[in-house]
Design a protein around this ligand. Structure first.
Ligand SMILES: Cc1ncc(COP(=O)(O)O)c(C=O)c1O
Length: 294
């Protein structure tokens, strides 16, 4: 799956003690995935400025002598944001200047929300070794099928070397099962139906939270794509208070700090929840006593 693709790439690109640079906020498992391959994790920031914005100075200072790869998750989890064309240029330039490989996690590209599908496409420089990751988990909603893949791009010699080395790593682990490989064409075809159902639920839930939160202290940080939405609540204090108050009312959200969002006032909500439950949950959130929300 895509998690294993990360592990193969860390083995390919890093020696023990080398580092990969991952976005902040983002998918919380990077740290563990890297540690299990004896690789360190550095972070570069995406700032909440209406849209999630790359901080180029922060990116530069986060790159060390031991950094080997820069990871971009687009659309990002949980923010659903994608880099702008200008930000892709900054990312490409940083990879070129510091001789980093670029790893782009594209698992959420099939699910555009506020942006067009074309905007979700990554912009990678032709002279940088890059790896695009995807798999069945999000593409057709089958995480248990455990099939992922890596598309390798870049200069011919680097690409060839990378593919040969990846062949060796993948053959050593033999983790892909023959049944799922044989079934892949049929799964991809059948999965188109599921993808349409997922997309329609995501859009309905995003529209619902946008409408229900209007006029409340809850602010929706609109995602370009993906399966979740980040909500901003003007609240200081203990970041667990609000999620626990909601849990006591049978509503499950995640505090933003699970994803390295700032501790105060960020909640992450799944857009995959069945629509009636989702609306009920957002209703409960918006009706919480002011003392809990502000
Ligand atoms: C951004 C991102 N990348 C990768 C994965 C892992 O996917 P897989 O199930 O293919 O290992 C996830 C899982 O949620 C994810 O959110």
């Amino acid at each position: 799956s895509t998690s294993e693709a990360y592990s193969l790439l860390f083995k390919l690109l890093c020696d023990p003690g080398d580092a990969v640079l991952v976005p902040c906020p983002s998918y919380p498992l990077f740290e563990h995935l890297a540690q299990l391959d004896a690789v360190a994790v550095g972070r570069y920031a995406w700032l909440d400025a209406g849209r999630w914005t790359l901080a180029p100075d922060d990116l530069d200072t986060a790159i060390s002598r031991r950094t080997r790869a820069l990871v971009v998750v687009a659309p990002n989890n949980p923010t659903g944001s994608v880099p702008s064309p200008e930000e892709w240029l900054v990312i490409g330039e940083a990879c070129r200047r510091h001789r980093l490989a670029l790893i782009v996690d594209e698992v959420f590209t099939p699910y555009p929300l506020d942006a067009s599908a074309a905007t979700l496409r990554s912009i990678r420089p032709a002279d940088v070794l890059s790896f695009r990751l995807n798999g069945l988990s999000k593409l057709i909603g089958l995480p248990q099928a455990k099939l992922g893949w890596i598309v390798v791009d870049g200069p011919d010699d680097l690409r060839r070397q990378a593919l040969e080395a990846l062949d060796l790593v993948a053959d050593t682990y033999l983790s892909v099962s023959a049944p799922v490989q044989v079934a892949l064409p049929a799964l991809l075809e059948a999965g188109a139906v599921v993808r349409v159902q997922i997309q329609s639920r995501l859009q309905a839930n995003l529209a619902a939270v946008t409408a229900l939160a209007a006029g409340s202290p809850v602010d929706v940080r609109r995602p370009d794509g993906g399966w979740s939405v980040v909500l901003r609540v003007p609240r200081g204090g203990d970041p667990d208070d609000l999620p626990l108050a909601l849990l006591a009312r049978d509503v499950l959200v995640q505090p933003g700090y699970f994803y390295d969002l700032p501790h105060d006032g960020y909640l992450v909500v799944s857009l995959l929840t069945p629509e009636a439950d989702f609306r009920a949950g957002i209703d409960v959130l918006c009706a919480l006593p002011a003392a809990l929300l502000t």
